[in-house]
Design a protein around this ligand. Structure first.
Ligand SMILES: O=C(O)c1cc(=O)[nH]c(=O)n1[C@@H]1O[C@H](COP(=O)(O)O)[C@@H](O)[C@H]1O
Length: 281
């Protein structure tokens, strides 16, 4: 089954397009997690337990798993999410020259989808694109303030670069496995891009901590696949660290009951986001 078919089934089963971003910043983990073997996995495991009913997908960002122990935590996290029946999109923003990018693409043997960077052109993405069962999300219009620096540059045709990227991604979609990454902080660009590439599902980050537009994310981010709206709207810190408001969990004297309340807040945040997004579906 292809990634987008699996995602469609998951969205239908959970009635959710929420992507829960697993970005376990070591400086923000609740106190007791620091003492555990693989603290990032210990944290993610509790977050997955609390949120999986509302998660269409988990999106760990590779930056939070640097180092040998981090990579081990990532592998455990992916296996645990799969055990709950949730697909995993690795946010790695990869691409490189041929032999290097082939190595990068080997990660798709154990994750279901990945984010890639189009800057090096088609050949740098080919090993990802060749995996028709995996999802390949091409960075198109990113959510950060500097996203406009290059992506909005006008080409000789008058169109901004991000629109050319979208048109190319559409051409690269021979295997039906390509999506775009478009930030919720750029609602006008989301609308433009949906017109430009009506069939590509979007991963829309930037909701929650970055203050993006949830309505635009849903209105333009999703595409119909056999009667199901397919696409992903991601929140990372807004979900996984929601417990910080409920519990001061940074000290050494945090109890198991505190941790229970902390992770429950993450579950509630995922559920709330699902409800908000579903209002616009
Ligand atoms: O590729 C991404 O997922 C991504 C693209 C983008 O334009 N903006 C963006 O925030 N992201 C990622 O989405 C997540 C957003 O995290 P929060 O701001 O905590 O919800 C991080 O992992 C970012 O790296």
């Amino acid at each position: 089954m292809s990634f987008f078919e699996e995602l469609r089934d998951r969205i239908e089963a959970t009635d959710s397009v929420v992507s829960v971003g697993l970005d376990p910043d070591p400086n923000r983990l609740p106190g007791p997690m620091a003492d555990r073997d693989l603290p990032r996995f210990a944290f993610n495991r509790r977050i997955i337990d609390a949120t999986h009913e509302h998660a269409a997908c988990y999106k760990p960002n590779a930056a939070f798993y640097e180092g040998a122990e981090g990579w081990r935590a990532l592998r455990e996290t992916v296996a645990y999410a799969h055990g709950k029946g949730v697909p995993v999109l690795l946010d790695a923003k990869r691409a490189d020259i041929g032999n290097t990018t082939r190595q990068y693409a080997s990660v798709l043997e154990w994750v279901d989808a990945i984010t890639v960077n189009p800057y090096l052109g088609r050949d740098s993405l080919q090993p990802f694109l060749d995996r028709h069962d995996s999802g390949v999300f091409v960075l198109c219009r990113t959510s950060n303030p500097g996203g406009a620096d290059l992506q909005d540059l006008e080409l000789e045709t008058g169109e901004p670069l991000y629109r050319r990227v979208a048109a190319l991604a559409d051409l690269w979609n021979e295997g039906g496995n390509v999506g775009l990454v478009v930030g919720a902080t750029a609602p006008e660009e989301l609308e433009t891009l949906r017109r430009e590439v009506p069939d590509l599902p979007f991963l829309v980050p930037g909701i929650g901590a970055q203050g993006g537009d949830a309505e635009a994310a849903v209105e333009h981010g999703l595409v119909d696949r056999d009667g199901v709206d397919v696409g992903l709207v991601n929140s990372s810190r807004g979900i996984i660290f929601a417990g910080e408001d409920a519990v001061n969990a940074t000290g050494a004297d945090v109890t198991e009951a505190d941790l229970d309340r902390y992770v429950k807040a993450a579950g509630d945040a995922a559920k709330r986001l699902k409800r908000v997004l579903n209002r616009y579906r």
